[in-house]
Structures are given as C-alpha cells and as structure tokens.
Design a protein around this ligand. Structure first.
Ligand code: HEC
Ligand code: HEC
Length: 423
C-alpha cells in the first residue's frame, strides 16, 4: 500500500477507534446517542422507553396486540395511568415543519396529533416532542429534567454524549442545555435512515426495481382518483403520505379508550388525570389552540381536527393478522375498517344508540364486523367535518380491498422473496 493510501485511511481509522463498535450500524454519534435514549427505560419506575409505545417492528407505533384490540392507548410507567390517544408513528415525524398557519389560514406542522409540540423551542417539532414524554406523568413519569439527566449520566452510553456534543453531560448549571441536547439527539435518531428508511415495496417500485401487483396498482390509482392523496400526499420524490395539515374526518369516539376512566386515577398532587371522565371530548387541534393566547381566536374552527398521519408503515406488524389500530383514539381496528369508513361515512345512517356504550367486543376486534355495521356512530366532534372529499366515495368492496392492498406496500423493510436456487 502506498504512503498516500495510508494517509487517506488514517482519519477514518481514528474516527473508527474513537467511535468504537457503536458505529457499526452506520449512525453518527448523535444519532447513536438518540437511539440509546430511545430504547432505554428512562422512566420512574424504570420500565418504559420510547420504544414501549413506538416499536420499530410495528412501524414505530404500539407493539402490544392486547392493547391495540382495545383502546390502543398505552400505559405509562405507573401502569394504572393512561393518556387519551394512540401513539402515532414516531417515524417520518421529523419531517414535519414548525407549526403555523398559511396566509389563507390553514394550519400545518408540529408534532402530536394536535401539533402542540410546535418546534418553536428547539426549532424542530420532534426535538420539542422528545422532551415531553420523560416528564409526562402518564408516560415516563420522571419528576424533572435533572432526574432524566442523572439516569443518562449513570448509563453505559454516557460517553456517547461527549462524542455527540463535544462536552460531557452537565446535570447542574448546564442542565437546561444538556436536556435540550437529549431532545435534539433523539430527534437526530428519529431523522436517521434507520427510522426514516424509505425502504418499502412502494419505494422500490418508484425506483423501478419491482412491480406492483395488479391489485396494488389499482389501489394506487384509486388512492389518487378519490383524492386520499390530497391530504396523504405522494407527489414528492420521497413521498411522506402527509402534508402535515389538519382535518376532522369524523372519527367516532372509542368507548374503549381507558382515558374515560381516568377520573378515578389521581396524579401525585391529588388531581384526577381526567376530571371529566366519560364526558371528556378530545377537541384535537382546537383544544391546543385554545391554550395559546396568540391562537385562541382560531380554536373553535379547528375543534375536532387532527394532523394527517403519515401512511407509511400503517400495515406493518408482527406478521399477518397482528392487530393494529387507526385514528387518534384507535377507534378503527383494521385498514379495511377505516377505508370502509371513508367510503361510507355519509352513506350509512348514524347509529341511533352509540354501539360503543354497550361495548361489544367483536364489533371492535373483527374487521368483518366493522364492515357489516349498517350505521356509523356520530363523530367524536360533530363540527368542522371534512365534507365532499370524504364520506361517500362510491367504491365497490373490491376497490376498497385494492386501496388496502396498496397501503400494505408502504411497510419499510421490504425484501424481495428470494427466487430459490438458480443454476
Ligand atoms: C406511554 C406511551 C408513550 C411513550 C412512553 C412515548 N410516547 Fe411518543 N407518543 C405517544 C402518544 C399517545 C402520542 C400522541 C400524543 C398526542 O397526540 O397528544 C405520541 C406522539 C409522539 C410523536 C409525534 C409523532 C407525530 O407524528 O406527531 C413522536 C415523534 C413521539 N411520540 C416520540 C416519542 C419519544 C422520542 C419518546 C421517548 C422520549 C416517546 N414518544 C415516548 C405515546 C408514547
Ligand atoms: C381531508 C384530508 C384527508 C383525506 C382526503 C384522507 N385522509 Fe386519511 N386521515 C386524515 C386525518 C386527519 C386522519 C386522522 C384522523 C383521526 O385521528 O381522527 C387520517 C387517518 C388515516 C389513517 C389512519 C392512520 C393511522 O396511523 O392511524 C389511514 C389508514 C388513512 N387516513 C387512509 C386514508 C385513505 C385510504 C384515504 C382515501 C380513501 C384518506 N385517508 C383520505 C386526513 C385525510
């Protein structure tokens, strides 16, 4: 090997030695730190990590079949405590812009179903978001940023913090900066190619490597014809299946949401988690806007609206038949069910008695039952409903199935089935 080659190699080798085996997966030190933080049980008591509610195997959302069959809402570190919403995918969320309104008054961006992790603090909604769960009493339940900092300091990956930021953790005078860097490292991991993979069958199809089946191709065409793509946009080079806008599609209440029982469960200060009990209504974006003096005059017109979720990985689970749950409150128990809802919301009657009050388990566990329903319950918020583009699409059952087949091409980690031995 010539001298110049040796010279060229040296910086790489040194970098390799400094960063050690941690870099085996191709992540930068900051992303690697974020990954450790994401999968560590940084909770009080120590049993819940970000991945407890955002697991890669299920498309970075909830991985527990028994929970998905019911409320779709995950327990926090204190197991009797629940929040009121289903975990959306933590993947592709980093691409959401800072929350705001367009000149014509349309809201977009932010993280969470209601955008309240706006990104105003750290310039990045996902980083703002990542600081929340550690301290949320219904999630990781740490009392303060300092206790999170101490846990990271005691961890076996603490040295990654130095490598990522060029300075060690400081849980005292530098606590605020350290805590910001924890959020930014998690956001860096969430933005990495390990989380935002763009490795689905659909991506391979866009690259010209594989073909869609006739049914999947029909589904893709229908997805555009009936304008699912107006909100779940696919016109970018790397489509995200969302424009991060907001709408109320009319999702009914999910009677199985454990949050309705949180009037009986108290926080450490003695107040109930949900003082309203079953009377609680999730106002979505409007609820968040009402908390902000600069936005409160726009709250009412946004009641019931939720951020368009990405559709990447919607079908990803532990094999066929693994139950997943859709919509902000997990009302829909299958892709068949939610596509049928889009097709027939305004065609079927409104159920006279909300079938949810008399909870019929099979109604919510089996997609067949959802399809057989001859009525839909009232929307959770019966205002600001999206009309026209949603509710009466005139699709046949075969066309609904084709859309579902297309949605199933959006799962990351697609591998072509090996063709068997060749000779
Ligand atoms: C107990 C379950 C739970 C834990 C633990 C949890 N999350 Fe979440 N996550 C949720 C829920 C529920 C939401 C939606 C909340 C809302 O909209 O109000 C959410 C929302 C998000 C979003 C927003 C996605 C989007 O499209 O807007 C991201 C990103 C995210 N979580 C990442 C994390 C990270 C990082 C951690 C760890 C620091 C974490 N979550 C811990 C349940 C959890
Ligand atoms: C007007 C904008 C809009 C249109 C059009 C639209 N969607 Fe949605 N979609 C949303 C919103 C908002 C949600 C979240 C609703 C909620 O939480 O209540 C959503 C949720 C979903 C989900 C659940 C994802 C999850 O992770 O929970 C799927 C699947 C979906 N839409 C597929 C479709 C399909 C298929 C079409 C076309 C038939 C379509 N959408 C048309 C805005 C839209």
């Amino acid at each position: 090997m010539s001298r110049s080659h040796l010279f060229a190699l040296t910086p790489l080798l040194i970098a390799g030695m400094l960063q050690g085996p941690a870099l085996a997966d191709g992540l930068t030190p900051k992303e690697q730190l974020g990954k450790q933080l994401f999968f560590d049980n940084l909770s009080d008591p120590s049993r819940v990590s970000c991945s407890s509610c955002h697991s890669p195997e299920t498309g970075w959302t909830g991985p527990v079949a028994g929970i998905n069959r019911h409320g779709g809402v995950y327990r926090g570190a204190i197991p009797v405590r629940f929040g009121g919403r289903k975990p959306p995918s933590a993947a592709y969320a980093t691409q959401s812009p800072v929350f705001g309104f367009s000149a014509s008054g349309r809201p977009s961006g932010g993280n969470f179903w209601d955008g309240r992790a706006t990104g105003e603090k750290l310039g990045n909604p996902a980083a703002d978001q990542a600081q929340g769960p550690f301290l949320n009493p219904v999630e990781q339940n740490n009392p303060d940023p300092q206790s999170v900092c101490f846990k990271v300091m005691d961890s076996d990956y603490a040295q990654l913090f130095d490598e990522a930021w060029g300075e060690p953790l400081d849980c005292y005078e530098g606590l605020a900066l350290t805590y910001d860097r924890i959020g930014l490292a998690i956001a860096a991991y969430e933005a990495s190619s390990e989380v935002n993979q763009f490795s689905s069958k659909y991506d391979r199809y866009l690259d010209g490597d594989v073909e869609l089946t006739a049914q999947e191709a029909e589904g893709l065409q229908l997805f555009q014809d009936v304008r699912c793509s107006a909100c779940h946009r696919l016109d970018a080079a790397l489509p995200l299946f969302t424009s991060f806008g907001y709408a109320n599609i009319g999702t009914p209440r999910n009677p199985d949401n454990p949050f309705y029982d949180m009037d009986r469960i108290l926080l450490d200060d003695g107040t109930p988690i949900n003082p309203l009990g079953r009377d609680w209504v999730d106002l979505g974006l409007g609820g968040f806007l009402a908390t902000r003096p600069d936005y409160e005059d726009r709250a009412m017109e946004n009641d019931g609206k939720y951020k368009f979720p990405t559709l990447r990985n919607v079908a990803k689970g532990f094999g066929k038949g693994f139950p997943k749950t859709y919509g902000h409150n997990g009302y829909f128990k299958s892709l068949e069910g939610i596509v049928h809802f889009y097709n027939t919301r305004d065609v079927k009657a409104v159920c006279p008695d909300n079938p949810k009050t008399e909870l019929n388990e099979s109604l919510f566990t089996s997609e067949q039952d959802a399809l057989r329903m001859d009525c839909w319950p009232e929307p959770e918020v019966n205002r600001n409903l999206t009309a026209g583009i949603v509710g009466n699409l005139g699709l046949t059952p075969e066309e609904e199935d084709a859309i579902v087949a297309f949605l199933q091409t959006l799962s990351d980690g697609f591998e072509e089935v090996p063709r068997g031995p060749t000779h």
